[in-house]
Design a protein around this ligand. Structure first.
Ligand code: NAD
Ligand code: IPM
Ligand code: MN
Length: 349
């Protein structure tokens, strides 16, 4: 299988090295051929070449079976132009409309919520990934003056909302789950989010075995903290999904633990940890590689390699239980040593 790898910036490089280490271990253990094609795109490449992503970059990516990405973001590129083209551009151009972000607590010790354990924190968030406030529709007039006008439009299409809400219901049905919660802000955003309301109600009628609930996004944030156990599947828009999955990451032990997949079912998809490039930790052998390694497991699962994915997940669980992890999750290992431990655990399965 051909996998494109964009390690990117900052700790993206550190954690990607560990994800590849574990993928190599799993492919050797299970006799699979995974070929990694490293693409140099990121802040360094942009600053040297003035190219964020080559003209044929998206076509190049489409030719792979999957894409693995570390993180993008560098203080030397303050407008984040390269991340917009590489990360958001790939989401848009490859039409990766499902941002799949599981929120699963592996060990009670890691959860900052009082009295909560793995049974209370086990849900998935489906974040719409191709529309909303991210589309870059808008502009600035009289920029830099006291008369500046800045407009950033939120795009919601029937097709876009329908397919992500459909995906959430279908996921629940396929996994035997019975609860889907949609979150919007239709009390204030009475046009764009009325569309979410209409589509959600309409689709809910097709799934009589599933209880469809709705919260406004502000209330949802509160209920996530107060009673996360009530959630199985949450579906929401691009920006709200971004925000609540950082919150969800804290339930799992922090940003270093959370995994994600940017999916277009049946087509080339992209996998990455939820966290960013954390520049202050870059190259210091401190970043937690588990979010990246768990994203690699999601990639294998999506590629149909369920046994291999399960082996990685089991190795991560072992590392967490035995505290063979980085400092942010209560261990004493460096990034590389934490990756070594998980890779060895995979080989031993
Ligand atoms: P961040 O996720 O990079 O880091 C926030 C904090 O979370 C860090 O300071 C650290 O304390 C903790 N953290 C994150 N990842 C960790 C890990 N693997 N191990 C241990 N601790 C970890 O968010 P930020 O500081 O807001 O953003 C930094 C840069 O990353 C920005 O340029 C931002 O745009 C970019 N970013 C990129 C992505 C992506 O590529 N998908 C995601 C989020 C942010
Ligand atoms: C994420 C990140 C990105 C987003 C940034 C880097 C543009 O925060 O993948 O969660 O907002 O989608
Ligand atoms: Mn984010």
């Amino acid at each position: 299988m051909q996998i494109a790898v964009i390690a990117g910036d900052g700790i993206g490089k550190d954690v990607t090295a560990e994800a590849l280490k574990v993928l190599t271990a799993v492919s050797e253990r299970f006799g699979r051929r995974l070929h990694f094609e490293r693409l140099p795109w990121g802040a360094d490449h942009y600053l040297e070449s003035k190219v964020t992503i080559p003209l044929d970059g998206y076509d190049l990516l489409r030719a792979f079976e999957a894409i693995f990405i570390g993180a993008l973001g560098d203080p030397r590129v303050p407008d984040n132009r390269h991340a917009r083209d590489i990360l958001l551009g790939t989401r848009f151009e490859l039409d990766l409309y499902v941002n799949y972000r599981p929120v699963r607590l592996l060990d009670e010790r890691l959860c900052p919520l009082k009295g909560r354990g793995p049974a209370d924190v086990n849900f998935v968030v489906f974040r719409e990934n191709t529309e909303g406030l991210y589309v870059g529709v808008g502009g600035r007039f009289k920029a830099g003056t006291d008369d500046e006008i800045a407009i950033q439009e939120e795009l919601n299409t029937y097709k876009g909302v329908h397919r992500i809400v459909r995906h959430a219901f279908e996921f629940a049905k396929a996994r035997g789950l019975t609860k889907v919660c949609m979150a919007d802000k239709s009390n204030a955003m009475t046009d764009g989010h009325a569309l979410w309301q209409r589509v959600f109600r309409q689709l809910a009628t097709e799934y009589p075995g599933i209880t469809a609930t709705h919260y406004y996004i502000d209330a949802l944030a509160m209920y996530m903290v107060l009673d996360p156990g009530q959630f199985e599947v949450i579906v929401t828009n691009n920006l709200f999904g971004d925000i609540i999955t950082d919150l969800g990451a804290t339930f799992q032990g922090g940003l270093g633990m959370a995994a994600s997949g940017n999916l277009h079912p049946g087509k080339t998809s992209m996998f990455e940890p939820v966290h960013g490039s954390a520049p202050k930790f870059a190259g210091k052998n401190v970043a937690n590689p588990i979010g990246a390694i768990a994203s690699a497991a999601l990639m294998l699962e999506t590629l149909g390699l369920a046994e291999e994915a399960a082996a990685i997940d089991a190795a991560i669980l072992k590392a967490v239980r035995e505290r063979q992890v980085t400092q942010d999750v209560g261990g004493q290992l460096g990034t590389r040593e934490a990756g070594d431990y998980i890779a060895a655990a995979v080989r031993a399965i």
